[in-house]
Each structure stands twice: as C-alpha cells, then as structure tokens.
Design a protein around this ligand. Structure first.
Ligand code: UD1
Length: 420
C-alpha cells in the first residue's frame, strides 16, 4: 500500500483549485440510472470512490466513458438491478443505488453495505422511507431485496436528517406515480445539487435545503449536462492546512456559504480570511488560538467530515478545546496516531479533550479512514522531522493527487508506491 513521506515545517503558499464534490458526484452518478439518454458530467475528479461507483454502473449495463475530465453516461442499455457483495464492499455508497434502481426497474437487489471504518452506519431510515413509498423489502443472507411494483408517492417523516436516506428517497420518488413529501430531510448542499441535476433531466423536485422536499413524479427523464458543486470538505481541508502550517493561499472553485461555520472558527483562531464569489483567500501568520468547542451536526452545523482536520489543528493551537462527534461513533480512530506525534488528547463519551502543544513530532502513522487519514497528513506537514503516513488508499478515496497539489503549495511530501 502506498505511503506519504512528509518532511514537516514548510509554510504553504500559492493558489489551488478545488475538485467537484465527491458527495455530490456519487448520488448524481447513481441518478444517471433513471434516464435512458446520455448525461454529461463535467469536472469529474479521479477519486477512488468515483471510479468504484462507475464500476458499479458498468456492472449494471450502463455505458460510462471518460473524455479528459468529462464523464459521458448512457443508461439506455442498463439491464441489471443486482449489486453483489464484492462491488458493494468497495464502496459503501453503493446503497445510494437502491432508490435509482427502484425508480428505473421497480426492483433492486443490493448487498447490505454493513459497517465501515467510521461506524455502524445503519440503513433503517432508507428502508423505512422506501416502505412508506410502497416498496416491499426482504432482507436475507446479506442482501436487501426490493419489490417496487407498488411504488407510489407518499408523505415520509425522517426520524433523523440522513443524507443518504434523503437522496435515495428522492431518487425512488422522481419516477413514481403521485406526490412525495419528505419531512425533516437532510439539508446538505449536495442534496440541492442532486435536486438541480434531476430537474435539469425533467424531474419535478423542490425544497432541497429547507424543512421539506416535494417530488412530483414524472413519466420520463431526459439527458442533460451538469457540473457538480465544488467539494466543501476539500476546501475546508486546505484552509485548515494553511491555518496550521502558516502562509497564504488562494483557494479557487469554492462556494464559501457552504462552509461558513468553518470560516468563522478559523477567523476566531486568528486567521485572516477574504471571501470572493467563487474563491477564498486565507492568511495565517501566527500559532492559531484554540477554538474552545466544536460539535458535529447535520448541515448547516459543523460537518463531521471536517472533524478530524479541525481536531488535528487543535493539537498545535494555543489553549484547550473540546471536539464532540455526534454522527459517527468511531471517528476518533486517528487520535492514537496523533498521540504518537506528541499530541495531548483524551477521549471520553464521544468528546475529544485537546490541550494544544507547541510542536508535533514526525512519526510513522496509519490512515484508518478518509478524513482521519488526511488529518494525519496535515499533522505531518507542520510537525518537526519526518512523518510517514501509511495506507493512503483511504485518502485516495476522496482526494486527487493530494501530494502533488500540496507540493505545489510548498509542502515537502512525496508518495512512495508499493511495488506490486
Ligand atoms: C453522508 C456522506 C458522509 C458524511 C455524512 C454525514 C456521502 C457519500 N457521504 O453519509 O461523507 O459524513 O453524510 O454528513 O454523501 N443513520 C441511521 N440510519 C440510517 C441512515 C443514517 O441511523 O438509515 C445515522 C448514521 O448512523 C449517522 C447519521 O444518521 O449517525 C448520519 O448519517 P447519514 O447522513 O445517512 O450519512 P451518509 O449518507 O451515510
């Protein structure tokens, strides 16, 4: 497995462009199944998760072609509604195809995604919502088998605003007879992007980003061209990297409204930030101040996908802070690795108590999941000496050529490839 070798201590300076959002791309790719004409998706990043989702589509009979950074997808010949355990274990988001398979074929058989690196990740809300839409579901031998012949619009009340459940239910409802209203949906910007994409294809979805989403079923969807929104988590990762290492950065292709809560925390910790229409500038000249308290929450609260990075920043900030993880129970797996680097952290009841130290020291550390893995890279960038981050395949799931992009900003980081 590949490793990153980092020599810490360099300031980060320069310009960087953020890729399209992984979490917008994945449901949009799945939604392509709903349409029998060609869809063109622009600015497609080479994230492993996106490649895996394309493999899943191909296994369903969908034609997926890449021309430079464009994906051309044609699901006209899709002829399969089965996703095996082998495919689904590569990508937990394979469960996001349940709604679109049901929309297209009125049936689906998908391997149960199971838990993953960051927690148990149940799918009860997805299934409860689908049952409300008239889908008959059987769970056996690790598979979820759905009969959607009675698929029909309905009112759905989500007990928790799950991102994946909201997206699956929208996709199941767009081609269903009648009107569906999802109450208490997730409000993440990626859901609004899915709504915009579906509407470009001729769907009738409104309300994404508010307290209810209404879907009026249509008979057919048509081809379109779409550029998914920029990745707010990657933008946030670069901002935090600059805050930790010092320097100045212009981050292009961003929508700063999507991560206002992070901007506010970084300003409070002493960074200078200027926001423009589609870019953001950050300058960090001194050791950051601790930010006291962060609690991960559904959007517009502090994103769980930035928890590891902000926690990592607290390890070298001046003062004391508490980081509470409310979404995924095993999202502190990277903390023991930070301890090897000299961080002062204790964890109790899903809260990390962090006392900032003046310096971290390089060490050999292991990425255990995507965001925890990138947090270790940030730690290595500002630590004294050499850091080796092992198992970077976790990071490749959601960052493209991270080492090259950080090198262009002045970091001393290189990839050591494992010989096969
Ligand atoms: C999505 C994102 C992930 C992000 C997460 C929360 C994608 C591909 N992934 O994941 O990066 O960290 O949102 O912002 O978009 N839950 C249930 N039952 C369910 C579904 C969820 O109990 O049926 C719980 C989960 O265990 C978790 C919480 O709800 O505690 C939020 O999960 P959810 O919003 O569904 O996250 P994902 O869609 O899996």
């Amino acid at each position: 497995m590949d490793k990153f070798i980092i020599v810490g201590g360099n300031k980060l300076e320069g310009e960087i462009e953020v890729e399209s959002a992984k979490n917008a791309y994945l449901p949009i790719l799945s939604a392509c199944l709903l349409c029998e004409e060609e869809v063109v998706l622009k600015k497609c990043p080479m994230f492993e998760d996106i490649k895996n989702m394309c493999d899943i589509l191909t296994s369903l009979g969908v034609k997926v072609e890449r021309f430079e950074d464009e994906l051309h997808i044609n699901a006209k010949c899709a002829n399969n509604f089965f996703i095996s355990q082998n495919l689904s274990k590569k990508l937990r988001s394979s469960i996001f195809t349940l709604g679109s398979l049901l929309g297209r074929f009125k049936q689906a058989k998908v391997a149960y995604p199971g838990g993953c690196e960051i927690g148990l990740r149940p799918i009860d809300l997805h299934l409860k919502g689908l049952r409300a839409l008239g889908v008959k579901i059987k769970e056996f031998h690790g598979y979820i088998s759905c009969d959607g012949s009675g698929l029909c619009g309905a009112d759905i009340y989500l007990d928790f605003p799950s991102v994946g459940a909201t997206e699956n239910l929208i996709m199941a409802a767009v081609l269903a007879k009648g009107v569906t209203t999802i109450f208490n949906p997730a409000k993440e910007p990626e859901i609004e992007d899915l709504q915009n994409f579906l509407n470009k294809m001729g769907a009738k979805v409104c309300g994404a980003g508010t307290n209810s989403i209404k879907i009026v079923g249509v008979k057919k969807l048509y081809g379109c061209t779409h550029t998914p929104i920029p990745d707010r988590i990657i933008a946030g990762t670069y901002l935090i990297a600059c805050a930790m290492c010092g320097g100045k950065m212009l981050i292009k292709n961003t929508i700063s409204n999507h991560f206002s809560i992070l901007i506010n925390k970084l300003q409070n910790s002493g960074c200078k930030i200027k926001q423009f229409n589609d870019k953001i500038y950050i300058e960090s000249t001194k050791r950051p101040k601790s930010i006291n308290f962060v609690k991960t929450m559904p959007y517009p609260g502090f994103p769980t996908d930035l928890q590891s990075q902000i926690l990592c920043m607290q390890t070298i900030s001046k003062g004391y802070s508490q980081i509470q993880e409310n979404l995924f129970e095993t999202r502190f797996k990277f903390v023991p690795e930070l301890l090897k680097m000299g961080a002062n952290i204790t964890i109790k009841n899903q809260i990390a108590y962090v006392l900032g130290v003046k310096k971290l020291f390089g060490a050999e550390v292991y990425a255990k999941d995507l965001r925890g893995g990138v947090a270790l890279v940030l730690a290595g960038l500002c630590a004294e000496g050499y850091t080796t981050v092992c198992d970077v395949y976790h990071i490749d799931r959601g960052y493209e050529n991270l080492e090259k992009k950080l090198s262009l900003l002045g970091a001393n980081i290189k990839r050591e490839r494992e010989l096969k």
